[in-house]
Design a protein around this ligand. Sequence first.
Ligand SMILES: Nc1nc2c(c(=O)[nH]1)N[C@H]1C(S)=C(S)[C@@H](COP(=O)(O)O)O[C@H]1N2
Ligand SMILES: [Mo]
Length: 256
Amino acid sequence: MQEIQVDKEGAKKYKRKSLIAFLIFFIMIGAAWAGWKWLVTQPLDNGIKGGIPKPLRKVLDINEEVYSGLYSTKHLIKEYPKSAAAKKARVNGNLGLDEETFDASQWKLQIVKSSGDTLFLTLDDIKKMNKIDVVFNFKCIEGWSQITWWSGVRFSDLIKKYGLEKESAMKFVGMKTPDEEYYVGIDMPSILQPQTILCYELNGKPLPMNQGYPLRLIIPVKYGVKHLKRIGTIDFSNTRPPDYWAEKGYDYYTGL
Ligand SMILES: Nc1nc2c(c(=O)[nH]1)N[C@H]1C(S)=C(S)[C@@H](COP(=O)(O)O)O[C@H]1N2
Ligand SMILES: [Mo]
Protein backbone atom coordinates (compact mmCIF):
# COMPACT_ATOMS: atom_id res chain seq x y z
CA MET A 1 0.00 0.00 0.00
CA GLN A 2 1.28 3.44 -0.82
CA GLU A 3 1.59 5.84 2.01
CA ILE A 4 -0.30 9.05 1.49
CA GLN A 5 2.11 11.91 1.69
CA VAL A 6 0.73 14.86 3.54
CA ASP A 7 2.39 17.96 2.23
CA LYS A 8 2.45 19.95 5.42
CA GLU A 9 4.54 22.73 3.89
CA GLY A 10 2.11 23.05 0.95
CA ALA A 11 -0.88 23.27 3.26
CA LYS A 12 0.78 26.00 5.28
CA LYS A 13 1.57 27.97 2.14
CA TYR A 14 -2.00 27.58 0.97
CA LYS A 15 -3.36 28.83 4.28
CA ARG A 16 -1.10 31.87 4.18
CA LYS A 17 -2.13 32.67 0.62
CA SER A 18 -5.83 32.53 1.49
CA LEU A 19 -5.22 34.78 4.45
CA ILE A 20 -3.44 37.34 2.25
CA ALA A 21 -6.25 37.17 -0.31
CA PHE A 22 -8.81 37.81 2.43
CA LEU A 23 -6.79 40.71 3.80
CA ILE A 24 -6.53 42.30 0.35
CA PHE A 25 -10.26 41.79 -0.13
CA PHE A 26 -11.11 43.62 3.11
CA ILE A 27 -8.56 46.37 2.51
CA MET A 28 -10.15 47.02 -0.89
CA ILE A 29 -13.65 47.12 0.57
CA GLY A 30 -12.32 49.54 3.16
CA ALA A 31 -10.71 51.69 0.46
CA ALA A 32 -13.91 51.72 -1.59
CA TRP A 33 -15.90 52.72 1.47
CA ALA A 34 -13.41 55.47 2.38
CA GLY A 35 -13.42 56.69 -1.24
CA TRP A 36 -17.18 56.86 -1.25
CA LYS A 37 -17.21 58.67 2.11
CA TRP A 38 -14.70 61.16 0.71
CA LEU A 39 -16.70 61.70 -2.48
CA VAL A 40 -20.04 62.34 -0.80
CA THR A 41 -18.46 64.83 1.61
CA GLN A 42 -16.87 66.85 -1.24
CA PRO A 43 -18.42 70.27 -1.89
CA LEU A 44 -21.18 70.23 -4.50
CA ASP A 45 -20.86 72.02 -7.78
CA ASN A 46 -23.96 74.16 -7.59
CA GLY A 47 -23.37 76.14 -10.76
CA ILE A 48 -25.77 76.21 -13.70
CA LYS A 49 -25.11 72.52 -14.12
CA GLY A 50 -26.68 71.38 -10.82
CA GLY A 51 -25.63 69.71 -7.56
CA ILE A 52 -23.02 67.04 -8.11
CA PRO A 53 -19.78 66.42 -6.17
CA LYS A 54 -16.96 68.48 -7.69
CA PRO A 55 -14.65 65.54 -8.55
CA LEU A 56 -17.47 63.95 -10.59
CA ARG A 57 -18.21 67.28 -12.28
CA LYS A 58 -14.57 67.36 -13.40
CA VAL A 59 -14.96 63.98 -15.07
CA LEU A 60 -18.14 65.15 -16.81
CA ASP A 61 -16.42 68.34 -17.98
CA ILE A 62 -13.57 66.33 -19.50
CA ASN A 63 -16.09 64.08 -21.23
CA GLU A 64 -17.97 67.09 -22.53
CA GLU A 65 -14.76 68.55 -23.91
CA VAL A 66 -13.95 65.33 -25.75
CA TYR A 67 -17.45 64.50 -27.02
CA SER A 68 -18.54 68.03 -27.88
CA GLY A 69 -15.54 68.38 -30.16
CA LEU A 70 -14.16 71.27 -28.11
CA TYR A 71 -11.01 69.22 -27.95
CA SER A 72 -10.51 69.80 -31.69
CA THR A 73 -10.32 73.58 -31.18
CA LYS A 74 -6.79 73.06 -29.89
CA HIS A 75 -5.65 71.75 -33.28
CA LEU A 76 -5.68 73.03 -36.82
CA ILE A 77 -7.98 71.32 -39.32
CA LYS A 78 -6.21 69.91 -42.35
CA GLU A 79 -5.94 72.33 -45.28
CA TYR A 80 -5.55 71.60 -49.02
CA PRO A 81 -4.13 73.44 -52.04
CA LYS A 82 -6.67 75.66 -53.85
CA SER A 83 -6.37 73.37 -56.86
CA ALA A 84 -7.99 70.57 -54.83
CA ALA A 85 -11.14 72.63 -54.23
CA ALA A 86 -14.39 71.77 -56.05
CA LYS A 87 -15.12 74.19 -58.91
CA LYS A 88 -18.82 73.96 -58.09
CA ALA A 89 -19.43 73.90 -54.35
CA ARG A 90 -22.54 72.00 -53.40
CA VAL A 91 -25.51 74.05 -52.14
CA ASN A 92 -27.45 72.75 -49.16
CA GLY A 93 -30.10 74.39 -46.97
CA ASN A 94 -31.94 77.62 -47.82
CA LEU A 95 -33.52 78.65 -44.51
CA GLY A 96 -33.29 82.40 -44.01
CA LEU A 97 -32.13 82.98 -47.59
CA ASP A 98 -35.38 84.24 -49.13
CA GLU A 99 -34.38 86.67 -51.89
CA GLU A 100 -37.70 88.54 -52.16
CA THR A 101 -37.54 89.90 -48.63
CA PHE A 102 -33.80 90.57 -48.55
CA ASP A 103 -32.45 93.98 -49.55
CA ALA A 104 -28.72 93.45 -50.08
CA SER A 105 -28.07 97.18 -50.50
CA GLN A 106 -29.32 97.82 -46.95
CA TRP A 107 -27.42 94.95 -45.34
CA LYS A 108 -25.13 95.63 -42.40
CA LEU A 109 -23.61 93.18 -39.97
CA GLN A 110 -25.03 93.87 -36.51
CA ILE A 111 -22.92 93.01 -33.49
CA VAL A 112 -24.70 93.34 -30.17
CA LYS A 113 -22.20 94.35 -27.48
CA SER A 114 -22.48 93.47 -23.80
CA SER A 115 -23.23 97.14 -23.04
CA GLY A 116 -26.37 96.75 -25.14
CA ASP A 117 -25.02 98.98 -27.92
CA THR A 118 -25.01 97.59 -31.44
CA LEU A 119 -22.10 97.87 -33.83
CA PHE A 120 -23.10 98.19 -37.51
CA LEU A 121 -20.48 97.07 -40.06
CA THR A 122 -20.64 97.27 -43.82
CA LEU A 123 -19.08 94.68 -46.09
CA ASP A 124 -16.39 97.25 -46.92
CA ASP A 125 -15.52 97.60 -43.23
CA ILE A 126 -14.95 93.86 -43.13
CA LYS A 127 -13.01 93.75 -46.40
CA LYS A 128 -10.55 96.30 -44.98
CA MET A 129 -9.32 93.68 -42.55
CA ASN A 130 -6.67 91.02 -43.22
CA LYS A 131 -8.07 88.46 -45.67
CA ILE A 132 -7.27 84.78 -45.34
CA ASP A 133 -8.07 81.67 -47.40
CA VAL A 134 -9.35 78.43 -45.93
CA VAL A 135 -9.38 75.32 -48.12
CA PHE A 136 -10.77 72.37 -46.16
CA ASN A 137 -13.03 69.35 -46.30
CA PHE A 138 -16.54 70.70 -45.64
CA LYS A 139 -18.66 68.02 -43.95
CA CYS A 140 -22.43 67.85 -43.71
CA ILE A 141 -24.14 65.58 -41.15
CA GLU A 142 -26.27 64.26 -44.03
CA GLY A 143 -23.23 62.29 -45.09
CA TRP A 144 -21.51 64.23 -47.88
CA SER A 145 -18.26 66.13 -47.80
CA GLN A 146 -16.39 68.29 -50.27
CA ILE A 147 -13.08 70.17 -50.38
CA THR A 148 -13.96 73.85 -50.80
CA TRP A 149 -12.12 77.17 -50.87
CA TRP A 150 -13.43 80.12 -48.84
CA SER A 151 -11.98 83.56 -48.03
CA GLY A 152 -12.72 86.17 -45.41
CA VAL A 153 -11.55 87.51 -42.07
CA ARG A 154 -10.73 85.66 -38.89
CA PHE A 155 -13.43 86.02 -36.27
CA SER A 156 -10.65 86.46 -33.69
CA ASP A 157 -9.26 89.41 -35.73
CA LEU A 158 -12.66 91.09 -35.67
CA ILE A 159 -12.73 90.71 -31.87
CA LYS A 160 -9.35 92.45 -31.63
CA LYS A 161 -10.06 95.15 -34.19
CA TYR A 162 -13.35 96.21 -32.60
CA GLY A 163 -12.29 95.77 -28.95
CA LEU A 164 -14.75 92.99 -28.16
CA GLU A 165 -12.63 91.39 -25.42
CA LYS A 166 -15.41 91.62 -22.85
CA GLU A 167 -17.74 89.85 -25.24
CA SER A 168 -15.22 87.15 -26.17
CA ALA A 169 -14.71 86.37 -22.47
CA MET A 170 -18.24 84.92 -22.51
CA LYS A 171 -19.01 81.31 -23.29
CA PHE A 172 -21.11 81.43 -26.48
CA VAL A 173 -21.80 83.32 -29.68
CA GLY A 174 -25.23 83.41 -31.29
CA MET A 175 -25.76 84.16 -35.00
CA LYS A 176 -28.98 84.74 -36.94
CA THR A 177 -29.96 85.40 -40.53
CA PRO A 178 -31.44 88.89 -41.09
CA ASP A 179 -34.97 87.39 -41.12
CA GLU A 180 -34.14 85.23 -38.03
CA GLU A 181 -35.30 82.07 -39.83
CA TYR A 182 -32.03 80.25 -39.24
CA TYR A 183 -29.83 80.62 -36.17
CA VAL A 184 -26.92 78.88 -34.54
CA GLY A 185 -25.16 78.89 -31.20
CA ILE A 186 -21.42 78.28 -31.04
CA ASP A 187 -19.02 77.79 -28.15
CA MET A 188 -16.32 80.47 -27.80
CA PRO A 189 -13.25 78.18 -28.26
CA SER A 190 -14.59 77.11 -31.67
CA ILE A 191 -15.43 80.61 -32.89
CA LEU A 192 -11.98 81.89 -31.84
CA GLN A 193 -10.15 78.99 -33.53
CA PRO A 194 -7.84 80.60 -36.16
CA GLN A 195 -9.53 78.90 -39.16
CA THR A 196 -12.98 80.24 -38.28
CA ILE A 197 -13.79 83.10 -40.67
CA LEU A 198 -16.50 85.56 -41.55
CA CYS A 199 -16.48 84.64 -45.20
CA TYR A 200 -17.37 86.79 -48.23
CA GLU A 201 -15.81 84.81 -51.09
CA LEU A 202 -16.09 81.31 -52.52
CA ASN A 203 -13.48 80.24 -55.11
CA GLY A 204 -12.15 83.81 -55.15
CA LYS A 205 -15.53 85.36 -56.12
CA PRO A 206 -18.28 87.05 -54.06
CA LEU A 207 -20.53 84.52 -52.35
CA PRO A 208 -23.53 83.48 -54.45
CA MET A 209 -26.91 84.42 -52.95
CA ASN A 210 -27.76 80.81 -52.09
CA GLN A 211 -24.43 80.37 -50.31
CA GLY A 212 -24.91 83.28 -48.00
CA TYR A 213 -24.24 86.58 -49.78
CA PRO A 214 -22.92 88.92 -48.48
CA LEU A 215 -21.33 87.26 -45.43
CA ARG A 216 -21.42 83.76 -43.95
CA LEU A 217 -19.69 81.77 -41.27
CA ILE A 218 -17.04 79.18 -42.14
CA ILE A 219 -16.06 77.18 -39.09
CA PRO A 220 -14.00 74.12 -40.09
CA VAL A 221 -14.09 72.54 -36.59
CA LYS A 222 -17.86 72.04 -37.00
CA TYR A 223 -20.23 70.19 -39.31
CA GLY A 224 -22.06 72.15 -42.04
CA VAL A 225 -25.14 72.98 -39.94
CA LYS A 226 -23.17 75.55 -37.96
CA HIS A 227 -21.80 77.39 -41.05
CA LEU A 228 -24.61 79.94 -41.03
CA LYS A 229 -25.18 81.56 -44.42
CA ARG A 230 -26.06 85.30 -44.59
CA ILE A 231 -25.26 86.56 -41.11
CA GLY A 232 -27.57 89.32 -39.87
CA THR A 233 -26.79 89.62 -36.16
CA ILE A 234 -24.14 88.33 -33.82
CA ASP A 235 -24.47 88.35 -30.03
CA PHE A 236 -22.67 86.91 -27.02
CA SER A 237 -23.85 85.07 -23.90
CA ASN A 238 -22.87 82.74 -21.10
CA THR A 239 -25.78 80.38 -21.77
CA ARG A 240 -26.39 78.42 -24.97
CA PRO A 241 -28.00 80.62 -27.62
CA PRO A 242 -30.96 79.14 -29.53
CA ASP A 243 -29.88 76.77 -32.28
CA TYR A 244 -32.16 75.69 -35.13
CA TRP A 245 -31.00 72.09 -35.51
CA ALA A 246 -30.32 71.52 -31.79
CA GLU A 247 -34.00 72.39 -31.24
CA LYS A 248 -34.85 69.61 -33.72
CA GLY A 249 -32.84 67.14 -31.65
CA TYR A 250 -29.36 67.28 -33.18
CA ASP A 251 -26.28 67.47 -30.96
CA TYR A 252 -25.71 71.07 -29.88
CA TYR A 253 -21.99 71.24 -30.52
CA THR A 254 -21.74 69.09 -33.69
CA GLY A 255 -17.96 69.27 -33.47
CA LEU A 256 -15.73 67.14 -35.65
N1 LIG B 1 -28.97 80.50 -43.54
C1 LIG B 1 -28.71 79.19 -43.61
N2 LIG B 1 -27.46 78.75 -43.39
C2 LIG B 1 -27.19 77.41 -43.47
C3 LIG B 1 -28.19 76.47 -43.78
C4 LIG B 1 -29.51 76.96 -44.00
O1 LIG B 1 -30.49 76.23 -44.25
N3 LIG B 1 -29.73 78.35 -43.93
N4 LIG B 1 -27.88 75.13 -43.84
C5 LIG B 1 -26.62 74.66 -43.21
C6 LIG B 1 -26.19 73.34 -43.68
S1 LIG B 1 -27.04 72.00 -43.10
C7 LIG B 1 -25.08 73.15 -44.48
S2 LIG B 1 -24.48 71.61 -44.85
C8 LIG B 1 -24.34 74.32 -45.04
C9 LIG B 1 -24.22 74.18 -46.55
O2 LIG B 1 -23.53 75.25 -47.11
P1 LIG B 1 -23.47 75.37 -48.69
O3 LIG B 1 -24.88 75.56 -49.21
O4 LIG B 1 -22.57 76.50 -49.01
O5 LIG B 1 -22.92 74.05 -49.17
O6 LIG B 1 -24.97 75.53 -44.72
C10 LIG B 1 -25.48 75.65 -43.42
N5 LIG B 1 -25.90 77.02 -43.23
MO1 LIG C 1 -25.69 70.19 -43.48
